[in-house]
Design a protein around this ligand. Structure first.
Ligand SMILES: [Zn+2]
Ligand SMILES: [Zn+2]
Length: 254
């Protein structure tokens, strides 16, 4: 059994065949999927999908790409959404200095604000960090949240991973660990203990090497798990048990 700790099943990429995607996930042994809304409309949709399919849980929050849309009304709406049973995390929130869809200062301000907001909701956080490692770790260091969470689609080196672990965060490994050039992330996987790792697809994005260039889906999370097993010299079952236990722990799914 596996947990895909980060997917975007609410996106229209899945509108044509969401049921088949869910069936393939189950057949691949994926029995929990966290679907992540990136703006208010998608958060509503993510919760709908979670309420439609038993294995799916939802995370709500405003992605760094979309922080320009935030107003007080956004937070009022999110407070309401957070009450729904299948909402288990706040995010993805963080910094994206690769695309820079919002000015950096605004991203930093909204990230800090959303960390506090997550704390007020008593939810664990899902962190997005793209080419903003130093600023992200600085923000997390200053945050007093009790629930902590997961740094998704981890893209730093071992030094950054160590700092995340020291702050009490889990690290989530995407299918990109299978890419030929992904030596840095493979080094991280080798050195970070299994007790701190989750796996994810980030579907429909970032398909693993064997499906590269096509739409990604939760069934393919097994490719990340297999690569971790290979790198650590342990069985796939061991990786499945550890990452599933970690996901259940961070999202309080028991
Ligand atoms: Zn992300
Ligand atoms: Zn995402």
């Amino acid at each position: 059994m596996l947990v895909d700790s980060h997917a975007h099943l609410e996106l229209e990429d899945f509108d044509e065949d969401r049921q088949q995607v869910m069936t393939r996930a189950r057949e691949a042994g994926v029995d929990l999927i966290i679907t992540v809304g990136i703006n208010l409309a998608d958060c509503r949709r993510a919760i709908e999908i979670a309420e439609m399919y038993d294995p799916v849980y939802a995370a709500i929050g405003i992605h760094p790409h979309d922080v320009k849309e935030i107003s007080q009304g956004t937070y009022d709406a999110l407070v309401e959404l957070a009450r729904r049973d299948k909402v288990v995390a706040y995010g993805e929130i963080g910094l994206d200095f690769f695309r820079n869809y919002a000015p950096r200062e605004m991203q930093i301000r909204r990230f800090g604000e959303q960390l506090e907001f997550a704390q007020s909701l008593d939810l664990p956080v899902i962190i997005h960090d793209r080419q903003a490692h130093k600023e992200t770790i600085d923000m997390l260091r200053g945050w007093k949240g009790r629930k902590r969470g997961v740094v998704h689609c981890f893209s730093g080196d071992y030094n950054l991973a160590r700092q995340c672990l020291d702050l009490g965060f889990y690290i989530s490994i995407p299918g990109t660990v299978t890419y030929p050039k992904a030596e840095e992330i493979r080094d991280v996987v080798k050195r970070v203990p299994l007790s701190s790792l989750l796996v994810e697809t980030d579907a429909p994005f970032l398909a693993p090497q064997s499906h590269r260039g096509k739409r990604n889906e939760p069934a393919y999370v097994v490719h990340a798990a297999e690569k971790i097993a290979e790198l650590k010299g342990v069985s796939l079952q061991e990786v499945e048990a550890a990452t599933t236990g970690n996901a259940r722990d961070v999202f309080a799914l028991h």
